[in-house]
Design a protein around this ligand. Structure first.
Ligand SMILES: Cc1ncc(COP(=O)(O)O)c(C=O)c1O
Length: 451
């Protein structure tokens, strides 16, 4: 592994157990400042991360952070929600408008919490759950050791097309008709291309299954009308995180199509309400709901342009890597139609080595399993994403420079050169765009209270 240079000093020594408690405050503040400096000087390539706008972030420090609001607007188990209730109702209305959704629940505190709430709504222990393969990009929520296992479901995977990390729709339909699952789930953490949803919805209907689209990664592309329209294609619900391609606070959401009756005769919408609370949550982080409201309002104005630019940047990044001889997935299909680029770096030391080496040179990415891999710790690939770089205003030329830096870093090339070029490029792109207050510094350090 490369040694850290001066831009990226190693973490400070942690205060010992017998040190003064103010030393802890000092340590925590300095370590946060160091984190800001690192990101200010690095190229952010994590596909699941983004920058929330300042207008949304302002809500984090409001008094809402100190409050509870169990239940639903107008029927709470706590007093003190007179002013908060309209905030939650308005946020739900904005979500319904942006996604053209008959139903929205904005209380899940993350994509995983949304998935757990949905799986507890739609299925019972012992039921069959159909999802993509883990090595074809599925999220841990679909696995025995994730949310599906927590609900006691048996996961059966759709046959996939490995070249594109997609579901093989024809074979998937056959599997659905044969296996008769309770839930047909579509969604991935490596989501390169939209899936053909209508045949899956039709097959699910034929066997009495409900359909669930996990849009955690692509929610912002759906909001910007640049990926696919899962509710329009007939999926029953969308679960999602609100902070990946959708540049909101770290939170979750469940969006629903017209209500349907579950096998137990109950309404799907009412069941989701009950599973979100009191099933999975107590506190649902009211300051994040308000921030999500701000991000939804911003998205109505900016998301279409933003989503288009995220995708064109991903294509440009993929091309830049391919032109330099890197093994980018799905070359014959145009590499990607989303925010994500997947690269096989097995001939350059593997995903773990390449991503660690790149980090020390100012390129922040993650290692990723590829089809055929058996280890998540030492996988063959790297996953790259363009949401944050695009948010900072980078365009196609910048993507070509980033591709060059990734190419050199992955070969173990000149460390200082990569570091200096990454830093110089990043200096030009530290401001947030596609939101109100366009041009605010993305990484300014927190203003600490005087104590
Ligand atoms: C497809 C998918 N679903 C769900 C999640 C979980 O979201 P969260 O991190 O908000 O819990 C992720 C996270 O990356 C994901 O990729």
């Amino acid at each position: 592994m490369s040694k850290m240079n001066n831009d990226f000093p190693p973490p400070m020594k942690m205060p010992s157990s017998d040190s003064n408690s103010r030393d802890s405050l000092d340590f925590l503040r300095k370590q946060v400042e160091q984190h800001h400096s690192r990101f200010e000087a690095s190229i952010p390539l994590i596909a699941s991360e983004n920058l929330v706008s300042r207008a949304a972030m302002d809500m984090f420090t409001s008094d809402l952070h100190n409050r509870y609001a169990e239940g639903l607007p107008g029927s709470r188990y706590y007093e003190g929600n007179e002013d908060y209730d309209p905030i939650e109702t308005h946020t739900e209305n904005l979500a319904k408008k942006l996604f053209n959704a008959p139903f929205a629940d904005v209380r899940p505190i993350s994509g995983t919490a949304a998935n757990i709430s949905a799986l507890f709504s739609l299925a019972s222990p012992g039921d069959k759950f159909m999802a993509p393969e883990l090595a074809a990009g599925a999220h841990i929520s679909t696995q025995k050791f994730g949310a599906a296992g927590l609900r006691g479901l048996t996961t059966i995977t759709y046959p996939s097309i490995h070249e594109t990390m997609s579901i093989d729709t024809d074979l998937a339909v056959k599997s659905i008709l044969q296996e008769k699952p309770r839930i047909c789930y579509v969604g991935q953490s490596v989501y390169l291309f939209p899936n053909d949803l209508k045949p899956i919805v039709e097959a699910a209907k034929e066997v009495g299954a409900n359909t669930m689209y996990d849009g955690a990664h692509v929610l912002g592309l759906i909001a910007g009308k640049q990926f696919q329209d899962p509710l329009g294609d007939g999926m029953d619900i969308i679960t999602a995180s609100t902070h990946k391609t959708f540049p909101g606070p770290q939170h979750g959401v469940i969006l629903g199509n017209n209500d349907v009756e579950l096998p137990n005769g109950k309404s799907l919408h009412k069941t989701i309400r009950n599973k979100v609370f009191p099933g999975v949550h107590s506190n649902h982080h009211l300051h994040k709901v308000a921030a999500f409201g701000v991000s939804l309002a911003e998205a109505l104005e900016f998301q279409e342009d933003y989503a288009k630019d995220i995708i064109s940047n991903a294509k440009a990044l993929a091309e830049g890597l391919w032109n330099r001889g890197m093994k980018v997935f799905a070359s014959e299909q145009g590499f990607t139609e989303s925010h994500t680029v997947l690269v096989d770096v097995s001939e350059r030391g593997g995903g773990a080595d390449v991503s660690k080496r790149a980090e020390s040179q100012g390129l922040i990415m993650n290692k990723n399993m590829l089809p055929g891999d058996t280890s998540a710790v030492k996988p063959s690939g790297i996953r790259l994403g363009t949401p944050e770089m695009t948010r900072l205003g980078m365009g196609k030329d910048a993507m070509d420079e980033v591709a060059d830096l990734i190419h050199i870093a992955s070969l173990g090339g000149n460390e200082n050169e990569v570091r200096e070029r990454a830093k110089a490029l990043k200096q030009e792109y530290c401001k947030i765009h596609y939101c109100w207050g366009d041009g605010e510094n993305a990484y300014s350090k927190p203003k600490w209270s005087e104590l």
